[in-house]
Design a protein around this ligand. Structure first.
Ligand code: GAP
Length: 514
């Protein structure tokens, strides 16, 4: 655990030191669970957003994008169920005075059971080698069966308690499992209470006429209320999707994990409208497609897993999370939900307007079903950033810190370095920048010895360093150094653009999904 904590602390300090993420309003001691993206962070975030947008909107001719407002008519949230049901169950520890989400405490307990089962599986794998049949072992080994059955029973009981509002049983479960405050070990708990996560605000100048509004807790509702506008003006035929990226706000009870759980964050969501009865087919399609998108970034398949929901949200008939192995363990990165016709029907009811698709083939109208994919942009950032940050020991025994970001997402694609600050080398380096900057973010660096500049570029995650030396003046060649292998090649200046393009183009990376 200490090791995990150290890795995570290192991620947070690296993000600050190298201009990726700063605490918000730091000069006033910051604001809890609110962060600012710095000069490099904003580029990485922009690139992740674009990588998502291209894969969803550009690569699917039946998906279009919108950009709806953060403020919405307040009835939206009554219809969507958020006013009544967008709650988290909270529990306080009477001794430490710390507040927790009751469901997270129980889920963390279950994760430990899962890890115990995994350990048994790993041990057996080593023992039996090639002959090992994992599926058979999982279903027959008494210990594994017991761990997994216990996990399932606990999660089912929790889901029932939360669904039926039996919060006393959720507390009873915490006590029976002897779950202690993770910080202090105390088991002295309060009752479990529900807490609505929406932030309220007011619209209007005078106190009497002001209208109560909410900051949107998800971007999805901006898509639902525009369903018919987009369908008609875009002449969209079912099945089709509407994509959107944008800010969402939640008054999170527990927000202690850097940008993993923030009070202001960004979502990348897509609602796919389908014919009722076909939702499971598209649910499977989107599970597969989104999983492949994540894998295309090269973070390693072992770092992702699916987790099907035992407790379904008020709008869903099937739901799964793509979880990622963050520095603090496997946690939700993306949600894929089959939301039925819940939202459109609710908006029909509350607005009195029809939100239906007219099917020319059957000459009839229906309310479409919806399959949603919803990924947090900040969580994507954390997943990529934390897994890319590595401390390497080199052949000569020295160490280097390298941020092995997928080059397609790296904020700066190349650093151009004159070997010395004289003899016309800075001028040639600037000429190269003038040429490359039309296509890529490139940086100039002339301070310190070239070895230190390489290390700085490695820590920043810059995939290429281009070094201009005296030979460059004579034959118009430079060395290009690759961040991950540290290999250096002598290449013509005229070839730089295509070498970089080949490595960083979104097209080449997205093709890995095929
Ligand atoms: N429209 C469905 C929806 O909002 P969700 O599972 O509540 O579903 C979707 O959120 C995604 O948004 C999550 O998988 C996560 O990546 C991100 N997310 C949710 N709450 C967040 C928070 N407080 N901070 C950062 N990201 C968050």
């Amino acid at each position: 655990m200490a090791k995990q904590d150290d890795i995570f602390k290192n991620v947070i300090s690296h993000a600050k030191e190298y201009g990726y993420i700063f605490p918000s309003s730091e000069i006033y001691d910051g604001l809890s669970a609110v962060y600012d993206y710095a000069q490099n962070g904003v580029e990485l975030k922009r690139n992740i957003r674009e990588y998502w947008w291209k894969s969803m909107v550009q690569m699917h001719e039946n998906i279009v994008g919108i950009d709806a407002s953060i403020f919405m008519h307040p009835t939206t949230w009554k219809a969507s169920g958020h006013v009544d049901a967008f709650n988290d169950p909270l529990i306080d520890n009477k001794d430490s005075k710390k507040r927790y989400r009751a469901d997270v405490l129980i889920e963390d307990y279950c994760e430990k059971l899962y890890q115990k089962a995994q350990k048994e599986i790993e041990k057996a794998k080593k023992r039996f080698g090639e002959a090992f049949d994992e599926q058979e072992f999982i279903t027959t080994n008494p210990r594994v069966v017991e761990y997994l059955a216990k996990k399932k029973a606990i999660l089912e009981r929790m889901a029932k308690g939360l669904d039926t509002g039996d919060l006393a049983d959720v507390k009873a479960l915490i006590e029976e499992l002897e779950i202690a405050d993770p910080d202090t070990g105390s088991k002295n708990w309060t009752e479990v209470r529900q807490f609505n996560l929406m932030f309220g605000t007011k619209l209007g100048a005078s106190a009497d006429s002001a209208m109560d509004l909410y900051l949107r807790p998800e971007t999805a509702q901006g898509i639902f209320v525009n369903f018919l506008n987009v369908q008609k003006t875009g002449r969209m035929k079912i099945p089709f999707g509407i994509a959107q990226t944008g800010k969402a706000f939640r008054n999170e009870i527990v927000a202690r994990q850097f940008i993993f759980r923030m009070r202001e964050f960004e979502q990348m969501e897509m609602q796919f409208f389908v014919k009722p009865g076909e939702e499971m087919k598209y649910y499977e399609y989107w599970k597969d497609t989104r999983y492949k998108w994540h894998l295309s970034l090269g973070m390693g398949a072992e770092n992702y897993r699916f987790h099907d929901h035992e407790k379904l949200a008020h709008y869903a008939n099937a739901a799964t999370d793509i979880e990622f192995n963050f520095p603090f363990g496997f946690k939700e990165l993306e949600g894929i939900h089959s939301r039925t016709d819940f939202d459109l029907k609710a908006h029909e009811k509350f607005s009195g307007k029809k939100l239906q698709f007219f099917d020319n083939e059957t000459n009839s109208s229906y309310v479409p079903y919806v399959v949603e994919t919803s990924v947090g942009l900040d969580r994507m950032f954390l997943s990529v950033f934390s897994k890319s940050l590595v401390e390497e020991t080199l052949e000569d025994g020295s160490t280097r810190t390298v941020l092995r970001l997928p080059s397609v997402l790296a904020p700066t694609k190349a650093a151009v370095l004159p070997l010395v600050k004289k003899d016309g080398l800075p001028e040639l380096a600037q000429e190269i920048i003038e040429d490359l900057k039309w296509d890529f973010n490139v940086a100039y660096d002339e301070k310190d010895a070239v070895g230190r500049r390489y290390r700085r570029a490695d820590a920043l995650g810059t995939p290429f360093c281009i070094t201009v030396d005296h030979q460059s003046l004579e034959d118009k060649t430079v060395t290009i150094r690759h961040r991950d292998t540290m290999k250096q090649d002598r290449v013509a200046i005229a070839d730089l653009k295509s070498i970089i393009e080949n490595e960083v183009s979104m097209k080449n990376w997205l093709k890995k999904m095929l």
